[in-house]
Write a protein that binds this ligand. Structure first.
Ligand SMILES: [Ca+2]
Ligand SMILES: [Ca+2]
Ligand SMILES: [Ca+2]
Ligand SMILES: [Ca+2]
Length: 774
């Protein structure tokens, strides 16, 4: 009973004093990233992550307790969301409700730095040995650009309050001032300074590849009676963290010391050696590589490109305005054997856009220095292509040893970007692989793959491997075809409408094969279908084309694409196919339908709507058919519209026959001049002329109005189904309505200008035609 009363009394006393603390404020708030996001004291086992920006920039976390000991110092870290942060930590050691902004109550002060991509403040909280053990309030203040004060009011920032319980000064102190020396590829020595009263039973140390502060109960790595310890059996090129503690007696050990960090040295490695730069975060370099600047331009660094034929990260040289490039990137040391022929492969390219010539030299030698690069392997002195270019060089060292490979950027000043990726060094194959794969004659069931022959031509021909997945074959993969002697092969029996990947290799002899080439990819065509065939562009995600149709750009203008219903051309009210002008090049884009099964001599009808969205700019359209979706195969002419410029949909319906039974593709060719506007197509329909009822409707609506332009009268080509004619001007104002019209309409009383003539049919449908009054 007495204990309960005592606890209650202490709690009441603590809470009443807590109420006297000022509430810190930051007039500009913390929502811009000027925030105590995460706060951690690893040596006290305390971590308060991802707190974000508190309401009113103050977080009262006094329900959380941090256990610290008098006389010890603790590393802390704060993560922010913005740069230039200043952190101060205070503890109200005399419990008077006020944080003095000076020692001893000011226990830490530090500023943020950029660590990787994060703004981090790291510092040391020092608890004086004179502090009476007990419970206190801790305040952590963070402010942008200037130091926070305990009762802050201005600026950007945030504050957190916590409860700390300070324990008695330990009788056993940790060693300090850890140093790591004699670092090799697999060992290192750690040394330290003894605490002021040396421990009775020596020291324990713990090391790990993790930077997590070890628990008191961790299984230690070793013990030492002196002030050093050897760390054996380490992995090469690896980052390690080490801590030491004092063993004052078997029952009394100090806390772990502050952490020391080191990286073991690199060792030379064998082939195959590959660098794709994916294991690092740009602009860092892969471990065990190096960069040297022999001039006064910039240094090689890494960047995330993932374009232009490169995957992910690349090695990158960015121009210096004033100075020529002269920087080397060196690989790790590689063990090579005299007399063996090796091959180095890599990809390189220039930036996209305006061409600024880049220059790259590749060499190797026995030291990772410019002077050590005594054997030039390649000199690319005029790199102008933005597409990743694969290159390789074979070489045969005359002495067994460790060699470094160097990539030297030596571009002139004020150029642009030079990229390198996928460096690979291995024993050279007995013959090289073919390259520059291209795929042609793609049908629903096959495709022809061709390549540039390897030199020398492989004695046992070529092997082909294809797959529906983009996973490169390995040396042990079974090829689909072997012993192909020509540099081309038609792959048969493929599935329709399927994406394929294909690789080719050289069979140098019965036992020796080259590596596989880079892959080529293609998609087989859809199978041909029977009529009726209609396509209205409704079931697409614009600007995609409908499945089994294809755009082929036979020129240098733009491509066909789909768009939502246009509002700038009369008569197009649903999704359409669109050719949009290219400002400098003529159009020559073909839109091809799926293959259709047609029979010789049968009368077919093709109907479609076409039109443009301008009376100033002129579009040009050809419609044709042929036996493959290919511009050169479009030999059957259907229509040619060389002057489309009236901002409205025209419905066309044309009857045709084909000379031979077979599969036919229908092509719509936009061949507008440069810098015109939009050409639209919709409602393509191909039917048997004798069976279709749809065509009757098309024909019914296909009424002509002439002459156009007109002076006094307009003639309507087929009046029998027209119920009303209404005439509106370009502002949409109704000018005239003529019920039960004759085929000749008198319009002498209209002003000169453009009018829309709307024919309302007896079945309720309407057709609008634009006419010009002279
Ligand atoms: Ca916070
Ligand atoms: Ca105080
Ligand atoms: Ca890469
Ligand atoms: Ca449509």
């Amino acid at each position: 009973m007495r204990n309960f009363l005592l606890v209650g009394f202490l709690m009441a006393g603590f809470l009443s004093s807590a109420q006297t603390y000022c509430t810190p404020a930051f007039a500009s708030g913390c929502s811009g990233g000027d925030v105590i996001d995460s706060f951690a004291i690893p040596g006290a086992g305390f971590d308060h992550p991802d707190t974000g920006c508190s309401t009113d920039a103050y977080g009262d976390y006094t329900s959380m307790t941090i256990n610290l000991s008098a006389g010890l110092s603790y590393d802390f870290s704060v993560k922010h969301g913005y740069s230039d942060q200043n952190v101060r930590v205070w503890i109200d050691f005399n419990n008077d409700g006020t944080f003095d902004d000076a020692a001893p109550e000011l226990v830490a002060s530090a500023s943020s730095t950029l660590v990787g991509a994060n703004n981090i403040t790291s510092g040391l909280i020092t608890i004086p040995s004179t502090v009476t053990p007990g419970t206190y309030r801790m305040r952590v203040g963070d402010r942008f650009s200037s130091d926070p004060i305990p009762c802050n009011t201005d600026g950007y920032g945030e504050a957190h309050d916590y409860t700390v319980v300070i324990g008695a000064v330990p009788t056993c102190f940790a060693p300090s001032a850890l140093t790591v020396s004699a670092v090799t590829a697999n060992s290192a020595q750690v040394g330290w300074t003894a605490p002021s009263s040396a421990p009775g039973s020596g020291y324990e140390y713990y090391y790990s590849t993790s930077s997590t502060y070890p628990a008191a109960s961790v299984v230690v790595s070793g013990t030492s009676s002196g002030l050093t310890a050897n760390l054996p059996s380490l992995a090469a090129a690896t980052t390690y963290h080490v801590w030491v503690r004092s063993v004052c007696s078997t029952s009394n050990k100090s806390a772990w010391s502050q952490m020391a960090t080191f990286m073991t040295s690199c060792i030379s490695v064998g082939v195959p050696y590959a660098l794709d730069f994916e294991s690092i975060t740009p602009p860092d370099m892969p471990s065990c590589t190096s960069v040297v600047n022999d001039g006064s331009g910039n240094l090689w660094e890494t960047g995330d490109l993932d374009a232009q034929g490169f995957t992910g990260n690349v090695l990158q040289y960015s121009y210096d305005y004033a100075d020529n490039a002269d920087t080397w990137f060196f690989t790790n040391g590689i063990n090579l054997t005299a007399g063996v022929t090796y091959r180095i492969k890599y990809k390189y390219a220039n930036a996209e856009g305006t061409v600024y010539v880049e220059k790259l030299k590749v060499a190797y030698g026995t030291s990772a220095t410019g002077a050590g690069m005594t054997n030039t392997l390649a000199d690319h002195s005029n790199i102008v292509s933005s597409t990743a270019t694969s290159a390789f060089a074979n070489f045969t060292p005359t002495t067994t040893g460790v060699y470094y490979f160097g990539f030297q950027a030596y571009s002139d000043a004020n150029m642009n970007q030079l990229y390198v990726d996928d460096i690979n060094i291995d024993v050279a194959p007995a013959c090289s692989e073919p390259n520059a794969l291209v795929v042609s004659n793609i049908t629903a069931g096959g495709a022809t793959v061709s390549w540039t022959a390897a030199t020398p031509v492989p004695a046992n021909g070529y092997d082909i491997y294809y797959s529906t997945t983009n996973t490169a074959p390995t040396a042990t993969s079974t090829p689909n075809f072997t012993g192909i002697t020509a540099a081309t092969y038609t792959i048969p029996s493929l599935a329709p409408s399927t994406a394929y990947y294909v690789w080719v290799r050289s069979a140098c002899s019965a036992t020796s094969k080259s590596v596989w080439s880079d892959h080529a990819t293609f998609t087989t065509l859809c199978s041909s279908v029977n009529l009726p065939y209609t396509i209205d562009f409704e079931n697409v995600t614009v600007p995609d084309l409908p499945g089994c149709t294809v755009n082929v750009n036979a020129g240098t203008g733009n491509d066909w694409e789909t768009m939502d219903p246009p509002s700038d051309s009369q008569g197009f009210t649903t999704n359409v196919l669109k050719y949009q002008y290219n400002s400098s090049n003529s159009g020559n884009a073909w839109f091809f339908t799926q293959g259709l099964n047609l029979t010789a001599g049968v009368q077919y009808t093709i109907s479609y709507k076409y039109g443009n969205n301008s009376s100033t700019y002129v579009e040009k359209l050809k419609v044709a058919y042929g036996t493959s979706p290919d511009a050169s195969a479009m030999t059957g002419s259907i229509a040619d519209y060389p002057s489309i410029n009236d901002e409205m949909a025209h419905t066309e319906s044309i009857t045709f026959t084909v000379p031979t039974t077979g599969v036919y593709f229908f092509g719509f060719n936009a061949y507008s001049d440069p810098d015109q506007y939009n050409l639209y197509i919709d409602d393509i329909s191909i039917n048997n002329a004798n069976l279709a009822t749809a065509e009757t409707a098309v024909a019914k609506n296909n009424i002509q109005v002439y002459p156009n332009p007109f002076t006094d009268v307009l003639n309507i080509s087929d009046i029998k189904n027209v119920k009303n004619v209404s005439v509106t001007d370009v502002t949409g104002r109704l000018v005239k309505t003529i019920a039960n019209p004759e085929s000749v309409i008198h319009l002498r009383d209209l002003m000169q200008g453009v009018y829309l003539i709307t024919l309302e049919m007896k079945d309720g449908s309407k057709q609008t035609i634009k006419a010009i009054k002279k």
